[in-house]
Write a protein that binds this ligand. Structure first.
Ligand code: SF4
Length: 554
C-alpha cells in the first residue's frame, strides 16, 4: 500500500529515514554547544566571575561589565539585572533583554534549610538597609532577595554575608540552587528524621564545586523529615523525604523530576531507601545524571523532568545504581502524609522539647531591612537564636518558653507581622512581578496585597484554607499550578476592548493528599482591576455550594 501522501498517477517516493536530532546530552557525545547559553558556559565557568566582580566590575561600575558576564555568569552568584522602571508588561516580549535592563541588580541570598541565627538575620537586614533601599523579599524557596543593588557594593555585601556564614554562590544560574529544608527540622513533634546534617553535607561537599557548576539548567533540591512535607518535594528536581523502614531504621525515600512552569510534572518516586550517610553521595549521583544525560539543545526541555519522562523511573534508578553509585539501593517504604497538617507553620505551636515556635506572616513576602532588624531583636529578647524562612514566604522563630509566647506574639504583631493572620494573608503568595522582574507582564506584590485587604474586608468570616498564588508571567515562580486559585499574569482585554493587565485563572491545584494541577479553563480570565470581585465571587460560590467537609480542591 503506497504511503498516504502519494499522489494519483505518481510513483510513490520512498520516505527518507528521519534523522533524529541530538538533545545535546554530554554522555552521548554532544559536547559542542547547541545554543548561546551552552556556548557561554563552555567559554568560561560561571563560578569564575566572582574574581572579576571583585577586581574589575565593582571598581569600573556597571558599564565595565562584559555582556556575557552581565546576562549569564552573574547569576552563578545570585545576581540578575532588575527591570528598568516604567517599561510596561506589553513590551516584555518585544524588547531585547538589554533594553529592559536597569543598572541595578536583584541579589539572592541562599538560606539552605531556611536556617538563620540572630546574627545572620541581622546581617541580612543591615544589607537591605544599607545597600537595598530598605527592601527585601522572602521567597517561596526560603531565600532572601534584595533589589536596588549596585555592582560597586557587591564585594562589601559578600564580605558581610560570609562573615556570618551565608553566601550567594549558585543562588541562581544552571546550578544546584538552595537546598530546601523543613523550618521545623529538629523540633517537630511528628519528625521521622532531622535532615539538618544531610543538608549541610550536600552544601559543604557540592555547592560551588566546578563538577556541578555547568548543569543543563537549574537543579532544585529539598529534604524533609516530618509528615507535613512543607518543602513541597512534589515539585523539586530531587527530593529526599524522611521514612522509617520495616526494620525500624530511619532514612529517606527518593523522588526525582518535579517541576512547574510549562509542562508541569510532579516528582516521581524511585522507591529506594537511602540511609542518611549516603544522602550526599546519592544526591551527587542524581545531579551527575542530570549533568551528563540532561537535554541541552533547548532550554525549554533542559530540566531533569524531561529526562525522567523519557526514561521512566526504572531506567533512571538502574543508571543511578550501575553507572554512578556502583551499588544497589534497597527498596523502601513511601512517606506518610498527615492529612490534618497545614504546611505553612504559621501560629503558635509546641515543639517536641516542650518549648514553642511562632510562625508569622509578612504580607506576600515583602519586608524591609528595618523590620527584619526588629525580628532579630525580638527573637533575641525572647531567648531564641533560631529563625527560619519557610517555603510559603513566612518566618518562624523557634525555642520560645511557654511564659514568653504572648509577649513575642504581641511584639511581632506590633511590627505588622501577624501571628494569627486572616486566611487570606496566610495563604496568598506573590512572585516578584513587574516592579523588578524583566520577564513579568503584570504587577504582582501590590495587587496581591490589595486583594488580601479587600477579601479580609468583604469576607471576614471565611476560614477555609484556600491558597491564592499570584504570578507575573507563565513561569510559575509563585507556583500557579498547585494553588487552589492560581493566577497567571497576562495582558487581557477590558470591557472597552483595551489591552490591560490581567490574569488567567487556574482552579483546584494542590499538593499532598490533594495533589493535582489546577485546571486552566478556557476563557477564564480577569482584568487586574476586577480581581477582588472575581475571587470574591468564586469564594462565595464555594461557600454556598460546598457539601459537608468538601474542600476547595474537590
Ligand atoms: Fe518574574 Fe514570571 Fe517568575 Fe514572576 S513568575 S518572578 S514575573 S519570571
Amino acid at each position: 500500500m503506497p504511503p498516504s501522501s502519494a499522489q494519483p498517477g505518481k510513483a510513490p517516493v520512498a520516505a527518507k529515514p528521519r534523522r533524529t536530532r541530538g538533545e545535546g546530552q554530554w554522555a552521548l557525545g554532544y559536547r559542542e554547544p547547541l545554543n548561546k547559553n551552552e556556548e557561554n558556559k563552555k567559554n568560561d565557568d560561571g563560578l569564575n566571575v566572582r574574581d572579576r566582580i571583585i577586581d574589575i566590575y565593582s571598581k569600573g561600575g556597571f558599564d565595565s561589565i562584559d555582556p556575557a558576564d552581565l546576562r549569564g555568569r552573574f547569576r552563578w552568584y545570585g545576581l540578575y539585572t532588575q527591570r528598568a522602571p516604567g517599561i510596561d508588561g506589553g513590551k516584555t516580549a518585544v524588547l531585547e533583554p538589554e533594553e529592559l535592563d536597569d543598572r541595578y541588580f536583584m541579589l539572592r541570598v541562599r538560606i539552605d534549610g531556611g536556617r538563620l541565627s540572630v546574627a545572620q538575620l541581622r546581617a541580612i537586614a543591615e544589607i537591605s538597609r544599607d545597600h537595598g533601599r530598605d527592601t527585601a523579599d522572602i521567597t517561596d524557596r526560603q531565600n532572601v532577595q534584595y533589589h536596588w543593588i549596585r555592582v560597586e557594593d557587591v564585594p562589601a555585601i559578600w564580605e558581610k554575608l560570609e562573615s556570618v556564614g551565608l553566601s550567594t554562590t549558585e543562588a541562581c544560574g544552571d546550578t544546584p540552587r538552595v537546598i530546601m529544608g523543613c523550618p521545623l527540622a529538629g523540633v517537630a513533634e511528628d519528625e521521622v528524621i532531622d535532615p539538618t546534617a544531610q543538608i549541610q553535607e550536600i552544601y559543604d561537599e557540592h555547592i560551588g564545586d566546578p563538577r556541578f557548576s555547568n548543569l543543563p539548567r537549574k537543579f532544585k533540591t529539598s529534604l524533609s523529615g516530618c509528615t507535613s512535607h512543607c518543602v513541597n518535594h512534589e515539585i523539586n528536581d530531587v527530593a529526599f523525604v524522611g521514612v522509617r523502614n520495616e526494620a525500624g531504621e530511619v532514612g529517606y525515600d527518593l523522588f526525582v523530576g518535579g517541576g512547574l512552569s510549562t509542562n508541569p510534572m510532579f516528582a516521581r518516586r524511585l522507591g529506594t531507601f537511602v540511609r542518611p550517610e549516603l544522602v550526599s553521595e546519592v544526591w551527587a549521583g542524581v545531579c551527575s545524571i542530570f549533568r551528563d544525560y540532561g537535554f541541552r539543545r533547548l532550554r525549554t526541555r533542559a530540566r531533569i523532568k524531561f529526562l525522567i519522562k523519557e526514561w521512566g523511573t526504572e531506567r533512571f534508578r538502574e543508571v543511578l545504581e550501575k553507572e554512578y553509585l556502583g551499588y544497589e539501593l534497597p527498596d523502601g517504604p513511601a512517606p506518610v502524609l498527615d492529612p490534618g497538617v497545614r504546611r505553612d507553620h504559621v501560629g503558635v505551636h509546641r515543639q517536641r522539647d516542650g518549648r514553642y515556635y511562632v510562625g508569622f506572616a509578612p504580607k506576600v513576602g515583602r519586608v524591609s531591612g528595618g523590620s527584619l532588624l526588629r525580628v532579630a531583636e525580638i527573637a533575641e529578647e525572647h531567648g531564641s537564636d533560631r529563625i527560619r524562612t519557610t517555603p510559603d514566604q513566612k518566618l518562624v522563630i523557634l525555642d520560645i518558653e511557654e511564659d514568653r509566647v504572648d509577649s513575642i506574639a504581641a511584639a511581632l504583631e506590633s511590627e505588622g507581622f501577624e501571628v494569627r493572620p486572616s486566611v487570606f494573608r496566610r495563604q496568598t503568595m506573590a512572585c516578584t512581578g513587574i516592579e523588578f522582574c524583566k520577564l513579568a507582564i503584570v504587577e504582582t506584590k501590590d495587587r496581591a496585597a490589595t486583594l488580601i485587604e479587600e477579601l479580609e474586608r468583604r469576607l471576614p468570616d471565611f476560614e477555609e484554607p484556600v491558597t491564592i498564588n499570584v504570578n507575573g508571567c507563565p513561569n510559575s515562580c509563585a507556583r500557579i499550578q498547585v494553588a487552589d486559585i492560581g493566577l497567571k499574569g497576562q495582558l487581557v482585554l477590558n470591557e472597552r476592548g483595551e489591552q490591560v493587565e490581567g490574569f488567567q485563572i487556574h482552579l483546584g491545584g494542590g499538593m499532598g493528599l490533594t495533589q493535582s494541577f489546577g485546571r486552566k479553563i478556557r476563557g477564564l480570565k480577569t482584568t487586574a482591576d476586577d480581581l477582588p470581585d472575581y475571587v470574591e465571587r468564586v469564594l462565595r460560590r464555594f461557600q454556598e455550594q460546598r457539601k459537608d467537609d468538601e474542600n476547595f480542591a474537590a
